[in-house]
Design a protein around this ligand. Structure first.
Ligand code: 0L1
Ligand code: MG
Length: 261
């Protein structure tokens, strides 16, 4: 790739996140940035965080809805990583000082009981390797100006991952029809969006299978103990100071957080 320094770009994006400062997207200066090189930048960014002592909670899948895939003109979702410093307890507070222009979406997270190694992993195999499912709220926060990016930009930026609220109620996956799980996303008591598990590539377990198959391309796997965000059931809604966010999911319960200065 002409003239783009992978390590320097990862450092640039990591600083933007740490300093809560929006930056010009990479592809303005480097329109040639490929998906493959974007994942190399993401890998460097993950290494920087690990060197800093941050711990991976698990991978996350993004762009898993028909709407987001169409908007980005892609046929495959993307992945990034959730770190321990990103966790907000259920009922806790997101400080606007820690983020740039956050949005929230409702998701189902999978807690893996067994390793899952691609290629060729199916949704049924992913489900069989899952110990529990839990409700989640993902707060995405692109580091790019105006939340605008190309596919390569957003991959390099760790798929906009910023904060996560996990519910404490763990449910065995076989007790629910996860594609039929309905969810609402309310802000200050008003429903802003709703959806069903099927919004996530037909079934949230398909998302985990796709993740295993994508990781296999670089010799990696989904690991027992990983907590995986499978993708948005609802659309992502912009947050403001003073918001009280609540998600209700059929059979998984209610979770939420507040947004403060
Ligand atoms: O979790 C997601 O689906 C976000 C993926 C990146 C795209 C975005 O920031 O909307
Ligand atoms: Mg998400």
């Amino acid at each position: 790739m002409s003239g783009l320094d992978i390590k320097a770009t990862a450092d640039f994006l990591n600083r933007a996140e740490l300093e809560k400062k929006e930056v010009t997207r990479i592809t303005i200066e480097h329109p040639e940035l490929s998906v493959k090189d974007a994942y190399k930048i993401q890998e460097e960014l993950v290494s920087l965080k690990l060197q800093n002592g941050d711990r991976i909670i698990g991978p996350k899948m993004g762009l898993t809805s028909q709407a987001k895939m169409k908007q980005m003109n892609v046929e495959e979702p993307i992945y990034g990583y959730v770190f321990d410093y990103m966790l907000i307890p259920d009922g806790g507070t997101l400080s606007m000082r820690d983020v740039i222009h956050p949005k929230v979406e409702v998701e189902i997270a999978f807690i893996m009981g067994k390793d899952l190694e691609g290629p060729g992993v199916t949704g049924a195999q992913a489900l069989a390797a899952t110990e529990y499912v839990i409700p989640a709220l993902e707060i995405i926060d692109s580091r790019y100006e105006n939340f605008q990016f190309t596919l390569s930009d957003v991959i390099a930026d760790n798929a906009s991952t910023s904060r996560v609220v996990f519910g404490n109620r763990m449910v065995k996956p076989e007790t629910l029809e996860l594609d039929l799980v309905g969810a609402t996303l309310s802000i200050n008591g008003e429903i802003k969006d709703l959806g069903a598990g099927a919004a996530v590539v037909g079934h949230p377990a398909n998302s985990v299978a796709m993740l295993a198959n994508m990781l296999a391309r670089k010799g990696q796997k989904v690991k027992a103990g990983d907590v995986i965000l499978t993708g948005g059931i609802t659309g992502a809604v912009l947050l403001s100071v003073g918001d009280t966010v609540t998600a209700k999911l059929d059979g998984l319960g209610e979770i939420g957080f507040k947004v403060a200065e």
